[in-house]
Design a protein around this ligand. Structure first.
Ligand code: PAF
Length: 290
C-alpha cells in the first residue's frame, strides 16, 4: 500500500494504475479511526474494483463544534496497518492545507429537506456543506468509478447521491449495510468514547429500532404509535433522544404512515457521546392466501 499526501500525487497514481490496466477505481472516503464498518466498505470495493483508494481526512469543514474536531480520534499508523491488511492499494491522507489551500472559496451546498432536517437541523447547515464540499473534491481528484458509503449515515448518503446527480459527477455511489457489534450497537469511531455503563445503555438505540420493526411486522403502520414504541425503549434506558424521526427515505419529508420506504432515524447523546442509527421501514409483504 502506498501513502499519498497530495492531490496531484493521487491523480498521478490513479492515472498510472489505469495505464497498467486497472479498469475500475473504488474510493472509500473516511475520517480514519477505522473499524469493522470501514473495512466492510473496503471489502465491498475489493469485490468490484481493481484499485482501491482509501482517504483518511478529518474534514474540519464538517465539524460544527471545535471540541468534537479536536477530540476526534487520530491514529494514522494503526489505520494504515488495518487498511493495508484489508486490501487498500492507495491511502490518501492529505493535510487540510492540501485540500483547502489558501484562497479556497468554494462550498457545495445541497438544498432542501435532505440537508435541513435531522442531522442538518441539529448540527447546522455547515455540516452537510462540509461533507458535500469534501466528498465532491475527493471524487473529482480520485476520478473514482465507484465510492462506498455506510448506510449508518443515511442522510449523508442521500446528500452525496443528490450532489453527484446534480453536478454530473460520474462516480457510482454504493451504499453498504450498517455493521453492528455483537450487542447490536452500530459501529462508529465514537463508540470508543463510551464508558462501560454508557456502552450498555447505548444498545437501547438499536433495540428501539428493532421494537419499531417488530411492531410494523405485526401490522402497526401508524407513525405516532411506532414513535411511542421507540421512545419507550429509549426512556427505559434513561436516554432522552435528540430526535426519533420518521421521514420519506428519499425526500426526507416527514412520513405519517408507512407506505413508501420510510427512514426511521435516531440521534441521542449517551453520556457525552452523540450517536446516530437508523433503519429503513417498508410494508411487510401481504401474506399469501391459501
Ligand atoms: O462519513 C465520514 O466519515 C465523512 O463524513 C466523510 C464521508 C469521509 C466525509 O468527510
Amino acid at each position: 500500500m502506498k501513502t499519498i499526501r497530495t492531490a496531484q500525487g493521487l491523480r498521478d497514481a490513479v492515472r498510472g494504475a489505469r495505464e497498467r490496466g486497472s479498469a475500475r477505481v473504488g474510493l472509500v472516503p473516511t475520517m480514519g479511526a477505522l473499524h469493522e464498518g470501514h473495512l466492510s466498505l473496503v471489502r465491498a470495493a475489493r469485490r468490484d474494483c481493481d484499485l482501491i483508494v482509501m482517504s483518511i481526512f478529518v474534514n474540519p469543514k464538517q465539524f460544527t463544534e471545535a471540541v468534537d474536531l479536536e477530540g476526534y480520534p487520530r491514529q494514522e499508523a494503526a489505520d494504515a496497518a488495518l487498511a493495508a491488511a484489508a486490501g487498500v492499494d492507495v491511502l490518501f491522507a492529505p493535510e487540510a492545507s492540501e485540500l483547502y489551500p489558501e484562497g479556497f472559496a468554494t462550498t457545495v451546498h445541497v438544498a432542501g429537506p435532505v440537508t435541513e432536517t435531522l442531522e442538518g437541523a441539529g448540527r447546522g447547515p455547515a455540516h452537510f456543506d462540509g461533507v458535500a464540499t469534501v466528498v465532491s473534491k475527493l471524487l473529482l481528484v480520485s476520478g473514482a468509478d465507484r465510492a462506498y458509503f455506510g448506510q449508518k449515515d443515511a442522510q449523508q448518503l442521500m446528500v452525496v447521491r443528490r450532489m453527484v446527480a446534480d453536478l454530473g459527477i460520474r462516480t457510482d455511489i454504493v451504499a453498504c449495510t450498517t455493521v453492528r457489534d455483537s450487542d447490536g450497537l452500530a459501529m462508529s469511531s465514537r463508540n470508543v468514547r463510551l464508558n462501560g455503563e454508557d456502552r450498555a445503555r447505548a444498545t437501547a438505540i438499536p433495540r428501539a429500532l428493532e421494537a419499531v420493526e417488530a411492531a410494523l411486522a405485526l401490522g402497526e403502520t401508524d407513525v405516532e404509535a411506532l414513535h411511542a414504541r421507540a421512545g419507550a425503549v429509549l426512556a427505559a434506558a434513561g436516554i432522552t433522544p435528540e430526535y426519533v424521526a420518521f421521514v420519506d427515505a428519499h425526500s426526507f419529508l416527514p412520513a405519517h404512515e408507512i407506505g413508501e420506504p420510510v427512514l426511521c432515524a435516531i440521534a441521542a447523546r449517551v453520556g457525552s457521546v452523540r450517536l446516530i442509527d437508523n433503519t429503513v421501514l417498508t410494508l411487510p409483504e401481504p401474506s399469501e392466501e391459501r
